[in-house]
Write a protein that binds this ligand. Structure first.
Ligand code: HMG
Ligand code: MG
Length: 335
């Protein structure tokens, strides 16, 4: 894979924090986002526009968006900040916030600014791009538990979200949860169902679809089978991202399978933070530090600074009183 660029999508501030029981201060969340923005990351999940009664930890997302739009030191140029939206109401809140701040979402991020232009930036201009993710699941039970509706209803719900996003020039990512195992229906999720939902989301207008192993039950053979099935369904590898939770320690192995199938976008969370509130026992995403270490060892280029990322992992896991689940991060700092 020499000279291959791999895009890492940092999901720590969203997937990483959404399951924490005690309320994390807004300033800690902003500080996490600020530090991550210094690592070379270009795609960062910053929050979710979901009802507080479903995911209380994400209740501060409007404030996070406001701060990112109005405080250039917090958000240097060249980063796409992503927000999960479960329904049209979530996107309406986001669009209202963008408009109130006189910002446009715009498409892909601009190239990183030089340090000189960073300091001369006007304060209320659209300093970065804002994107959304909508989500569907590959099993009916998970769909009901996570979004209170059937798979078909959740895909219907995506259509008006897509329309409003396109009107506002917002880039849209799709997620397919429980693609390699469901906490309610077990490990044998039908890969054809995953392919069908992925294709539907792409046809609807998603710019990419992140296929998620929510439970970490995925194994190399089943990941291979899934990617083969997606390919046979006509889905291009450049339209795919992979999102591995590392519950069984298989995330990096499955990442290699993904690389071999041509996938070049992977989601991860600094310090291995995370878990899904509707997937009991599922641990965090694969740690970003471990993913960086793997990718660099294979000669892939990520643009990310390993030491900075490891320091953030150490800091945020201490803040949250959690173990640092990144092995490569801890090893790097111990050297
Ligand atoms: P519902 O209860 O059926 O929604 O939830 P509703 O439309 O009946 O509304 C209920 C109340 O919520 C109403 O207020 C609405 O106004 C309000 P009330 O009249 O009771 O005062 N409401 C909202 N408030 C704020 N923002 C909104 C919003 N929408 C309605 N957007 C719903 C349906 C889809 C909203 C709910 O099931 C939900 O939010 N689900 C998302 C749960 C979630 O965030 N899960 C974790 C993220 S997904 C994930 O982690 C997986 C991923 O990492 C990939 C992987 O690993 O698999 C992405
Ligand atoms: Mg997840």
């Amino acid at each position: 894979h020499a000279a291959d660029h791999v895009r890492i999508v940092e999901v720590g501030p969203r997937d990483g924090l959404q399951n924490e029981k005690s309320t994390i201060p807004l300033d800690t969340k902003l500080e996490l986002i600020r530090r991550l923005a210094q690592t070379g990351v270009t795609h960062l999940e910053a929050g979710s526009f979901v009802p507080a009664k479903w995911v209380p930890q994400m209740a501060s997302t409007t404030e996070i968006l406001e701060k990112l739009l109005t405080s250039p030191p917090l958000a240097p140029q060249g980063i796409a900040y992503n927000y999960l939206v479960p329904n049209i109401k979530g996107l309406q809140t986001m669009v209202k916030t963008l408009q109130a701040k006189g910002a446009q979402a715009s498409g892909y991020p601009t190239p990183p600014a030089s340090p000189a232009s960073e300091t001369s930036q006007a304060s209320a201009s659209p300093i970065n791009s804002s994107e959304i993710s909508l989500f569907a699941a590959a099993t009916e039970t998970f769909s009901q538990k996570n979004t209170n509706c059937s798979i078909a209803e959740s895909l219907e719900r995506c259509k008006p979200i897509m329309d409003l996003a396109k009107q506002n020039d917002i880039r849209v990512r799709g997620y397919v949860s429980v693609a390699l195992g469901c906490p309610y229906e077990g490990p044998d999720v039908d890969p054809h169902k995953v392919a069908e939902i992925t294709a539907t989301l792409l046809e609807m207008g998603c710019d990419e679809v992140s296929v998620a192993d929510t439970t970490g039950m995925g194994t190399a053979p089943r990941t291979q089978k899934l990617l083969q099935t997606l390919k046979e369904a006509g889905i291009l590898e450049e339209d795919l991202a992979l999102h591995f939770h590392d519950t069984y320690g298989m995330a990096l192995v499955n990442t290699v399978v993904g690389l071999e199938h041509g996938v070049r976008i992977f989601d991860s969370s600094v310090g291995g933070l995370g878990g899904c509130p509707y997937s009991k026992g599922a641990t965090g995403n694969v740690a970003t530090e471990d993913l960086i270490h793997l990718l660099h060892s294979l000669g892939c280029e990520t643009g990310l600074d390993m030491v900075k990322m490891a320091e953030i992992g150490e800091w945020i896991t201490k803040e949250l009183n959690r173990p640092d689940d990144s092995r490569a991060g801890k090893a790097t700092l111990a050297r």
